[in-house]
Write a protein that binds this ligand. Structure first.
Ligand code: PEP
Ligand code: MG
Length: 748
């Protein structure tokens, strides 16, 4: 706890700072007065404020004690010098001998060589780095703990003032916050381009009163709010439907909510003059800075818990609930740290785009975004700090880039891109009812991948001949509890109706690996992708599989039915899975239900082993679908979720193509229908290669069908084959460059 001196002095200083905020002064004048007030109150010769000019550069924006000529001239990179070190780490630097400190950088224009002692603290607001506040003195002394604390409290108020736009009215570099264009480089979650306005999934809480006059009143407020918070967490914990994991998370919440240290620190902040809200934010920022240095993933996860709790507490204090009364803008682009598939589905198609700070390509939210055909960028770090509701935003899902508050020129060229894409889509629409036939007369069947009811309208629009892969697990993933058989039967029946007689290959549950059902006990496996997943779960614990098969048979109600088993690795597994279907058909018939007039049972070939299964397997399977996403990861032993290794091996690697050709040959020999339903089927160059080596059925996301069909209709397959053969005979590792070069000579 700071000494008595700092309590009243710091309250006085904060009040004087607040008065600065209340005046009509220009931004620069305010900053100048603030540095003067702080130096005066702390008895230091120097006080300086450095603010971020862009994400990497800090600028001296005001100073008391350094040379005035250096203001807006002196700049340093993040991490550079002592100021840059404070900015990067988010932690104070306190030294009696600044020039002797490692990393010190001498800035001659400031005249700071006169000053020996240095104390710098970050100006930050919940993970948002705004700048650095520094005091310096000639005398060589370390600042006391109380002084460090007092300066941190002041920095908090400066941060809130910046957030409120106190320095934004003029002055180079001062208007940066939430105003300048910002570019975020993330990764592709779902292709496509969108222009719209930001809609924050979790709106920012705005604190308008960082400084408070009556500490006792503020302490009452914070105690009451923490009380409400504790009750709400206890209520959540008392809910009956919690599973073990949800309970564990909530227990961690409860631990934080009941932590005496947390409340005590906030009360100390209030005693120094902060309002209850500012105290919550100060502790939230401090905890973030500390925990961000921790390499342990589990502890960092706890940081999210504490963040969530702090946000809840802020909402209780400010009365700004999740529903802030803000109107969702037209063309909303959802911006969030992360979002679950169910929540994303709730927003549905009204979203123009989605931008996440976290997420992964293989995540279920990405799968949902794909199903809804909403452009999505993931890993757009810190965007939730920068973006404000209603800000203009451009989402480039193809490149994984987001432009927030874009310059006019950027927005214009982006619109051109969207217009060109729309034009191309129109062109594809005109091909909808034409076959995908190559110039030399080879016809290819194009099907679509689906997993949600929302996908089905695309069946007609895209010109797909059917659904080559219906990922049934999505229905399980978006719920909080296991769906019932009747619910599933109704859903499958609606899918078949929407397909209007076109075939739909229902893939039975593929859970495990990265797809963990919220209501099932997770298995702590070292390698889940190679673990207890998909058909392995289905065969070992057949209850759910049988329920799903019954639902499918009932949904078909006498219509043809096509069932496909995921992740079959050997003949025996297929035999066993197939026997389950036959048993259920028998059972349904004996119960008096209609059974499918035609039944097809197929297997997904996703592990190399199945390519070498006995002939009997190929003869028995009604069809085989290559799950290229998984097959590729096991062929190269390269995790599909791990960007680093995934990109290392090209899908057009000559060895992989030779392997695929071997599968084609085996299916041709046994007369088994073969298709390919991995993501590569929807990529132009890849699709061309697949067709050239003999695949005649491709299943892909609906938006790819038009472009792939247009491409196939303008090529001569024998030429493509010749290009591939030549590249191979020359020993090429991948045939991609040869194929891309050849395509470039083909014109539109
Ligand atoms: C595949 O592995 O290629 C596939 C289509 O299945 P999923 O992507 O759902 O694993
Ligand atoms: Mg798969």
């Amino acid at each position: 706890m700071p000494a008595e001196r700092s309590d009243s002095d710091s309250r006085k200083l904060l009040r004087r700072l607040r008065d600065v905020l209340g005046t009509k002064a220009k931004g620069q004048d305010r900053l100048d007065r603030i540095t003067h007030l702080i130096a005066d109150s702390m008895g230091t010769e120097v006080c300086s404020i450095y603010l971020f000019r862009d994400a990497e550069t800090l600028e001296l924006c005001a100073t008391q004690g350094l040379k005035k000529a250096a203001v807006h001239k002196t700049r340093m990179k993040l991490g550079e010098g002592l100021v840059g070190r404070v900015a990067r780490s988010g932690l104070p630097v306190n030294t009696p001998d600044a020039p002797g400190e490692k990393g010190f950088r001498y800035m001659p224009e400031t005249g700071e060589e006169l000053f020996s002692s240095f104390l710098g603290v970050p100006i930050q607001r919940v993970g948002e780095k705004l700048g650095v506040l520094v005091v310096q003195s000639k005398a060589s002394r370390a600042y006391s703990e109380d002084e460090v604390y007092a300066l941190e409290v002041v920095a908090m108020v400066v941060a809130e003032m910046a957030e409120l736009g106190a320095f934004a009215s003029d002055g180079a570099g001062l208007g940066a916050l939430h105003r300048q264009p910002v570019l975020f480089r993330g990764s592709t979650g779902q292709e496509g381009a969108a222009e719209g306005r930001v809609w924050l999934h979790e709106p920012r809480v705005v604190v308008t009163n960082p400084v408070a006059d009556d500490p006792l009143y503020e302490i009452d407020r914070i105690r009451e709010a923490v009380g409400v918070l504790r009750v709400s967490v206890d209520d959540l914990l008392a809910a009956e439907s919690l599973d073990k994991d949800q309970k564990a998370v909530l227990e961690a919440y409860r631990m934080f909510a009941h932590s005496r240290g947390w409340l005590r620190r906030m009360e100390e902040d209030i005693a120094s003059g902060l309002s209850a809200e500012a105290a919550v934010e100060k502790e939230q920022s401090a905890a973030r800075s500390r925990l961000e240095q921790v390499p342990d993933a589990y502890l960092r996860e706890r940081l999210h818990d504490l963040d969530d709790l702090s946000n809840r507490l802020l909402r209780i204090l400010t009365g700004q609930g999740k529903d802030t009364g803000a109107q969702m803008p037209e063309n909303p682009v959802l911006v969030a740290r992360n979002i679950g598939p169910a929540e994303l589905l709730e927003y549905g198609r009204k979203l123009k785009g989605v931008v996440l700070e976290e997420g992964s390509v293989g995540s279920h939210s990405a799968v949902v975004a794909r199903a809804l055909a909403i452009p999505m960028v993931i890993h757009a770090k810190t965007i939730t700090n920068e973006a404000l509701n209603g800000n203009p935003i451009l989402v480039d899902g193809d490149q994984g880039i987001v432009h927030l508050r874009p310059e006019d020129t950027v927005a214009r060229s982006f619109r051109d891109k969207i217009a060109m894409q729309a034009k191309a889509q129109e062109r594809y629409a005109s091909l909808r009812d034409l076959p995908a036939i190559t110039k030399d007369g080879v016809t290819i069947s194009l099907h679509m991948n689906a997993g949600l009811m929302a996908d089905l309208p695309s069946l007609v629009g895209s010109g797909a001949e059917g659904v080559g892969l219906f990922r049934t697990e999505l229905q399980f993933l978006i719920r909080n509890q296991m769906p019932r058989r009747d619910e599933l039967a109704q859903l499958y029946s609606r899918v078949m109706e929407a397909a209007k007689g076109r075939p739909v290959a229902f893939r039975t549950l593929d859970i495990g690996s990265d797809k963990v059902l919220p209501y099932m006990k997770p298995n702590d496996e070292p390698n889940p992708a190679m673990g207890w997943r998909a058909i392995r779960v289905g065969l070992d614990k057949p209850g759910v599989l049988r329920m799903q098969l019954q639902a499918l048979i009932r949904a078909a109600a006498g219509r043809p039915l096509s069932i496909m088993f995921p992740f079959i690795s050997e003949h025996g597994e297929f035999l066993e899975a197939r026997a389950h279907v036959l048993r259920e058909i028998h059972r349904e018939r004996s119960l008096g239900h209609d059974v499918p007039v035609k039944l097809e049972i197929g297997a997904m070939l996703e592990t190399p082993s199945l390519a070498y299964a006995p002939d009997a397997f190929f003869k028995l399977a009604d069809f085989i679908s290559i799950g290229g996403n998984d097959l590729k990861q096991f062929f190269f032993a390269a995790d599909r979720e791990n960007e680093r290794v995934r990109k290392r091996y090209d899908s057009l690697n000559a060895s992989f193509l030779t392997f695929l050709q071997f599968i084609v040959a085996r299916c041709t020999a046994s007369g088994t229908r073969l298709s390919f339903c991995g993501e590569d089927a929807g990529r132009p160059v890849e699709a061309l290669a697949l067709v050239a080596i003999g695949l005649r059925n491709l299943s892909m996301r609906p938006a790819s069908i038009g472009p792939i069909k247009a491409l196939l209709r303008r090529v001569d397959l024998s030429e493509v084959r010749a290009v591939i053969d030549k590249a191979r005979s020359e020993g090429a590792e991948t045939i991609r460059p040869a194929l891309v070069d050849w395509l470039a000579t083909q014109g539109e």
